[in-house]
Write a protein that binds this ligand. Sequence first.
Ligand code: FAD
Length: 491
Amino acid sequence: MNQAVVIGAGIGGIAASIRLAVQGYAVTVLEANATFGGKMTQFTLNGYRFDKGPSLFTMPHLVDELFTLAGRNPQDYFRYQRLDIITQYFFADGTRLTAYREPEKFAREVEQKFKIPKEKVTAYLAKSARMYDATADTFLHKSLHQLSTYFSADVLKTIPVLPELGLTTTMHAANAKQFKDKRLVQLLDRFATYNGSDPYQAPATLNLIPHLEHNLGAFYPEGGIYAIAQSLVKLATELGVVFRYHEKVEEILIQSNQVIGVRTAQQAIVPAEVVVSNMDVVPTYRKLLPQLKAPEKTLQQPRSSSALIFYWGINREFPELHLHNIFFSKDYKKEFEHIFQHKTISPDPTVYVNITSKFSPEDAPEASENWFVMVNVPHNSGQNWVDLVEVTRETVIRKLSQALHTDLNAYITCEQAWDPVGIEADTSSFAGALYGSSSNNRLAAFLRHPNFSSKVKGLFFCGGSVHPGGGIPLSLLSAKIVSSLVPQPGT
Ligand code: FAD
């Protein structure tokens, strides 16, 4: 049987292992950590359970597809529900706005709160859908580094929509042109952070992201986000995939330009005709492929933003909060200047609070809530994180206390924090960036590393640091592209 090795059990690596097993490979996943998940992991603290990394789940069909591919019923492994309320927004001027599931109802809420005709909002979301539909097949579902992609009928779909794609303007400029109300513009600009970018630099093409949340929906997996990784590892194991933990890969072995296996820190040699690296592409080249000339232009693309997260056990309930809550900064432009130009944390950051105990009461003790409190921060470039974390903690507590008319300090019973240094140490994500390279450049899609090596046969790449990009859905799609590129076993 042909052997494949996957380096890393992040969501992209797990998905790749399933696809390769279905194709007929004998697959071994080597994971440096004690367990699977990578950024998508969980922990418990004093009776509270926390999803440590991702919290927003869109495009669940990409998970279902893996079960169907393996001839299983997805519902036997993994269940989720569509959210009726996507996000509760709190603006600096005291306005509260609820993003409802139905685009019409959301538009009515915007009309009521911001005095913007609801037709303008539904038209915006319809345009977002058109942009997505015209581009997804070419830019997300296929390799951008194969000529065949450009000679397919899918490319033709993008042509009529080209003027709408906003390649020559920024997200913010396009949103500000569309809407006069600064609060709505801020709400729409925030979607740039879904791949760690800056709305004041990123191309307006990223305005297709609201379509995913507002038209296709936001979802909550039963048991929390970690259930995605758990259910997929269960499936992979049933398909014969072998997961080996505490097995850090130190070298990808190459002979005559063909991959022949990997060497682990324990000096074990694991032979393979196909190696898929789910490790961040920068350390893959720097650490595992020292003999290969690295694609410097690609590796030196600016990184996406990172995050600072406080996980708080709160011994009280806040009925005014939902699963996803956003407390906006007053000056969004300044906030992004702090992150991307000054490489520091804004003194008035936008704060995201995620509370899974709203849906999974077992995640917190009785009458308590598990708060995941996140601010966007720059990737690590040697800042004094100890000081930044301390100052930001105070700022965040002050800001939330003010918005919720309470003294939050009184309710925090236990806590933990994760900063860019910790994210890099725990997942090998270069500089602690959440989404690989940023999308601040309009050519970013073409500058991301391809899903294969053009120099070494049998070497492939998946996960959030390579094409088509970061986040759960795109990491899953990267695995799908890899499976379309690997040779059929036996050939
Ligand atoms: P990773 O999760 O990066 O895992 C890589 C794995 O490789 C790790 O397990 C690592 O230990 C292993 N590894 C590395 N080097 C080696 C080696 N040498 N040998 C063996 N194993 C190795 N996405 C969303 O869609 N929605 C969100 O709401 C969201 N929020 C986020 C919030 C935070 C705080 C973070 C950190 C991320 C968030 N993301 C979100 C992004 C999302 O988590 C990632 O894009 C996705 O999980 C990346 O998966 P991956 O396949 O690239 O693998």
